[in-house]
Design a protein around this ligand. Structure first.
Ligand code: DCP
Ligand code: MG
Ligand code: MN
Length: 336
């Protein structure tokens, strides 16, 4: 799994965000504690959104997602410039090795520990033991350095142009939207998340009609344009792979995700795929409080027994906010 960026470009609390993100990664990759992982990420997100430097733990404690324990760590860091807990974690070679291997795309916390237990502790070791790796993990290793590099906005904009014109060459009726952090107006992204739909491709259409719309055909077309270089996995609605700007070998290889979604579910899909993941989590929790269930396909009212009913008719992202009595948030305001 990869590290998530937090905060804005000119962040006066970057060092605090960094140590919280390191703790988050440690909890996820080494302890497999997703609860603490999310708690540290939330705190880092809060500090990353501030425009002023935090002066003390006490001050930080007033902010959302920062409790007494994290406040204490902030104080320790402000006073000593480091965090003893992190220093101790880093003294343990097993922790360091697990954290490193878990940075390879396709290697999760369990696999990382399994490898380290088997004596595989470095990327060099991994190269010698490729037989222990899946196709995805092999590509993660091959492109390790490139996948660690953030993708500048301008490069995604170039890829967007090629992608859209290629897909529309197949069929002008396709809708193509780049979601994820790019749609949230971030200056840099970890990967490229593309959402595709077509008016003929609805949850209710007959199979013959849907057949004209094919993710496989889209992927083959993008391979022919030399944009897609590798496939990690390809299903009927989900592609995971690798791309690079054609005719420029100086550019890094980038992770590319493409989802094909039903036309009548496009707005729930866009909302989900735009994120952030923490924003989605909060919105789903809010939906439950309002007796709705929200996912990437639909918004459904819950019955008194707690069963989902019919999907609400959603024709824009705004609709979802309206149903949930929430003020609309532009993508750029969905970064936490
Ligand atoms: N998503 C989610 N929950 C997850 C993973 C993903 O809700 N556990 C949604 C929200 C994300 C979107 O999918 O914004 C895309 O996932 P990414 O992992 O690509 O995340 P981002 O695009 O937001 O960030 P990055 O710049 O790191 O790619
Ligand atoms: Mg992304
Ligand atoms: Mn992605």
């Amino acid at each position: 799994g990869k590290r998530k960026a937090t905060g804005n470009a000119n962040n006066p609390n970057q060092d605090l965000c960094d140590f919280l993100s390191e703790l988050a990664d440690y909890e996820r990759n080494v302890n497999k504690n997703v609860f603490k992982y999310n708690a540290y990420r939330k705190a880092a997100g809060t500090l990353g959104a501030l425009t002023e430097r935090v002066k003390s733990g006490e001050e930080a404690k007033k902010l959302p997602g920062i409790g007494a324990k994290i406040a204490k760590k902030i104080d320790e860091f402000l006073q000593t410039g480091k965090l003893q807990k992190l220093e101790d974690i880093k003294k343990d070679d097993t922790n360091v090795a697990i954290s490193l291997l878990a940075r390879v795309s396709g290697i999760g916390p369990a696999k990382a520990r399994e490898l380290v237990d088997a004596g595989v502790k470095t990327l060099e070791d991994l190269k010698k033991h490729q037989d222990k790796l899946t196709h995805h993990q092999k590509l993660g290793l091959k492109y390790f350095d490139d996948f660690e590099k953030k993708i500048p906005r301008a490069e995604i904009a170039q890829i967007e142009k090629i992608l859209k014109s290629a897909i529309k060459e197949l069929d002008r009726a396709y809708f193509v939207t780049i979601c994820g952090s790019y749609r949230r107006c971030k200056e840099e992204s970890g990967d490229i998340d593309v959402l595709v739909t077509h008016p003929d491709y609805t949850s209710k259409a007959r199979d013959e009609k849907k057949k004209a719309v094919s993710l496989k055909a889209i992927v083959e077309c993008l391979e022919k344009k030399r944009l897609i270089t590798d496939t990690i996995s390809l299903g009927s609605t989900k592609f995971m792979g690798v791309c690079r700007l054609p005719e420029d070998e100086s550019k890094p290889f980038r992770r590319l995700d493409i989802r094909l979604t039903f036309y009548d579910q496009y707005y729930c899909a866009i909302l989900y795929f735009t994120g952030s993941d923490l924003f989605n989590k909060n919105m789903r929790a809010h939906a439950l409080e309002k007796k709705y269930t929200l996912n990437e396909y639909a918004l459904k009212r819950l019955t008194a027994e707690g069963c989902p009913g019919e999907a609400e008719k959603i024709t824009s992202e705004e609709d979802v906010f309206k149903f949930l009595d929430l003020p609309y948030k532009e993508p750029k305001d969905r970064n936490v």
